[in-house]
Design a protein around this ligand. Structure first.
Ligand code: ZN
Length: 446
């Protein structure tokens, strides 16, 4: 798909010099189409909150019954490197708005809650200007389609059409534009707040009367962001949610902790919000859970505990952190990490102290897990993960295994393995807190 990236740009530049009249005409056509799209956008943005039951900013509506949502179960991509059309079947017309984002170049289509029942692997390989695309829940009542662009392009049409004697279709036209035009459109959208994270997930408010330490469990990915998918169709976001739910049960059974989840179902949560949830609750421990694919090292397997660090311990860890840190961009969100905090020298000291506790935590977790499951040959590694940047919360990221390993994938999908592993993990966490009673530490200790 990369071959479409370079050549059209050069060709376009040449054609433009030679054919000024044609250029003007085409530019105008794009501008008109765009202004139509933008007019529709403005209208949709205002109209949707009142338009129907499917869209609501209230988290209470998050789990509206699937049958009330429009359903799409097939998609086709047609066209070439000048105009590409994505066409989704849809059970009823839906309102849509579109915008573009840069670095990397993407087009984002915002929709009300849509039930995506597309064939496995749909979107992985695109055509023309759409090199690939993702889709899914973005926030309560909101879905998104995020299209990775092979070249700068504008969404010149996004509409529900109903042909005679056929199901309605959601059609999206993407048209090649030059870099300057694309840049302007992306900046305009950013200025209107298009890349903002969804409103924070509905998490129970801090309970000041409850003095038990708070543990924040963070199942990676969710909604529009699937995380890794292996060749057997196992999806990281589902595997880690099931694992984290079981871990929560083990921890709650001890009665020692208040356990908060950054997500309890299949919904997108931005990286910044995951960190903020831990900070809001003055969490004594934050544990992010993943099951990634290591494309460069398909033979690698076994659980690994990562702690945050400016310098990565090894190349694989640095690559993994880069991939995880891209989760927001993949969902069409501009990462908003609070850099002011990091600049503060006092927080820098807190951070150092917190990192020391994170390392103690990692050692405990490695010790506990290695009793029951296979660990990676270097089971404690470090890299610059955004979710591990809360300056006052001891944090770790656990790769329970790698979906790129068939053996790991089979185990991670087994309820027996899940139960055994989460029980061992809960025990290791108990030991970590037992050890902390004698230490001065951030977070609340009873
Ligand atoms: Zn992951």
């Amino acid at each position: 798909m990369q071959d479409g990236t370079q050549t059209p740009q050069g060709q376009t530049a040449k054609r433009r010099q030679g054919e000024p009249a044609a250029r003007l005409k085409r530019d105008r056509a794009i501008a008109v189409a765009l202004s139509v799209a933008l007019a529709v956008t403005g209208h949709a943005a205002q109209a949707t909150p009142d338009a129907g039951a499917a869209v609501s900013p209230r988290p209470a509506q998050a789990s509206a019954p699937a049958e009330t949502r429009a359903v799409t179960n097939a998609v086709s991509v047609t066209g070439d490197n000048r105009v590409t059309t994505l066409s989704f079947t849809i059970s009823r017309p839906v309102e849509a708005r579109a915008f573009v984002m840069e670095r990397p170049d993407r087009a984002v289509i915002e929709l009300p809650a849509v039930n995506f029942q597309l064939p496995q692997g749909a979107g992985r390989h695109g055509k023309g200007l759409a090199s690939s695309f993702r889709y899914g829940v973005f926030a309560p009542g909101k879905s998104r389609i995020v299209i990775d662009l092979a070249a700068p392009a504008a969404v010149t049409r996004v509409t529900s059409v109903q042909p005679d004697n056929a199901l309605p279709r959601l059609e999206i036209d993407i048209t090649r534009v030059d870099r300057a035009y694309f840049h302007k459109e992306a900046r305009l959208a950013a200025g209107q707040g298009a890349g903002q994270a969804p409103p924070p997930a509905a998490v129970a408010p801090p309970d000041n009367a409850d003095r038990r330490p708070v543990i924040v469990l963070d199942p990676g990915h969710g909604g529009l962001d699937n995380g890794a998918i292996n060749s057997a169709g196992l999806v990281e976001k589902d595997i880690v949610l099931a694992f984290t739910q079981r871990l929560r049960e083990h921890l709650e059974a001890t009665g020692r902790y208040r356990v908060i989840m950054t997500r309890e179902d299949d919904v997108f949560v931005s990286l910044g919000d995951r960190v903020r949830i831990a900070q809001q609750h003055r969490a004594a421990l934050f544990l992010s859970v993943h099951a990634d694919i290591l494309r460069e090292s398909p033979g690698v397997r076994g659980a690994t505990i990562y702690t945050g660090s400016k310098l990565a311990t090894d190349t694989e860890s640095a690559q993994l952190a880069d991939k995880e840190n891209d989760a927001d961009r993949a969902a069409g969100v501009t990462s908003q990490v609070d850099n002011d905090q990091v600049a503060n020298i006092l927080l820098d000291l807190t951070m150092r102290e917190t990192r020391a506790f994170s390392n103690v935590l990692a050692t405990r977790l490695v010790g506990g897990l290695s009793q029951v499951i296979r660990m990676n040959k270097n089971p404690h590694r470090s890299a610059r993960f955004i979710v591990l940047t809360a300056p006052d919360t001891p944090s770790a990221l656990l790769e329970i295994g790698y979906l790129s390993s068939t053996r790991d994938a089979d185990l991670m999908n087994s309820p027996g393995w899940r139960d055994r592993t989460t029980a061992a993990l809960a025990k290791a966490i108990n030991q970590y807190f037992d050890g902390r009673r004698s230490m001065t530490a951030p977070g609340i200790i009873p």
